[in-house]
Write a protein that binds this ligand. Structure first.
Ligand code: Z5A
Length: 216
């Protein structure tokens, strides 16, 4: 392929939509195609970034975390993740599959918490410079079903404690991003059974791969 850099693919959606489950399908597909890849997640992906993730998810009933503090922690984790894992992997020609990225910040901190989009955009430019995902798959599901699917977990984290209304805003923000950026984003109906969702994902990846090979 002409483009020696790897492809940067992000997977997004509300809580319990099936990101982790479907990433397993993506991993199998890439391995079968002989593509060199890594799978990572946000917040997280490196030692420091995972420590920031722990802070972000931890419930502390004694003191609220302000929206701005949350936003800065997310971008601190992202800066480290980009520098230590994502950029070097892409430069080495690996595909990077990332469970959530900056669209989650627009959805959760922007729409969910009500932070000003322009603050997020400033940090996005500062931390990412020109780097944006090549492809974003948004798994779309009504939040109530997502929360029910994810409900079997032990204790709820700081985000999972939010009310349904919060997740409805998050879902709508993802759909708005998808309609504003149709070249980059593809929405998959995640209310279908797992087999149907996975086969849609495989079609998307096959198309992406064949486009890259045509460019060769
Ligand atoms: N966050 C943020 O606020 N700002 C940011 O910028 C970023 C993140 C990057 C941690 O994310 C939190 O960080 C997140 C937003 C915030 N909090 N929330 N909410 P996370 O990605 O680690 O957390 P998560 O969304 O809670 O992931 P999850 O709950 O693990 O969901 P999932 O990976 O999408 O779901 P899953 O584990 O694959 O599936 C859940 C269950 O559903 C499981 O039993 C599956 O077998 C089942 N499943 C999956 N697909 C299907 C279908 N199609 N049918 C039936 N059952 C299914």
């Amino acid at each position: 392929m002409k483009n020696k850099n790897g492809l940067f693919i992000t997977i997004e959606g509300v809580e319990g939509v099936g990101k982790s489950t479907n990433i397993e399908t993506i991993k199998q597909f890439l391995a079968d195609q002989g593509i060199d890849f890594i799978v990572t997640r946000e917040p997280g992906g490196t030692i420091w970034s995972e420590q920031i993730r722990d802070l972000l998810l931890k419930v502390n009933d004694d003191e609220d975390l302000t929206g701005l503090s949350e936003l800065l922690l997310i971008f601190a984790a992202r800066a480290q993740h980009l520098d230590r894992l994502i950029r070097p992997s892409l430069a080495a020609g690996k595909w990077v599959i990332c469970d959530r990225f900056t669209d989650a910040t627009y959805a959760y901190q922007g729409a969910g918490r009500g932070l000003d989009r322009s603050k997020i955009a400033e940090l996005e430019t500062l931390v990412q410079e020109e780097l944006r995902p090549d492809l974003t798959i948004i798994l779309d599901l009504d939040p109530l079903t997502g929360l029910q699917r994810a409900q079997n977990r032990a204790a709820l984290d700081r985000f999972e404690r939010e009310q349904l209304e919060f997740f409805e805003k998050v879902r709508q923000a993802y759909l708005d991003i998808a309609s504003a950026e149709q070249e980059r984003c593809i929405v998959v109906d995640a209310s279908q059974d797992l087999e149907a969702v996975s086969s849609e994902l495989l079609i998307i990846l096959e198309e992406k791969l064949s486009l890259l090979q045509q460019d060769d």
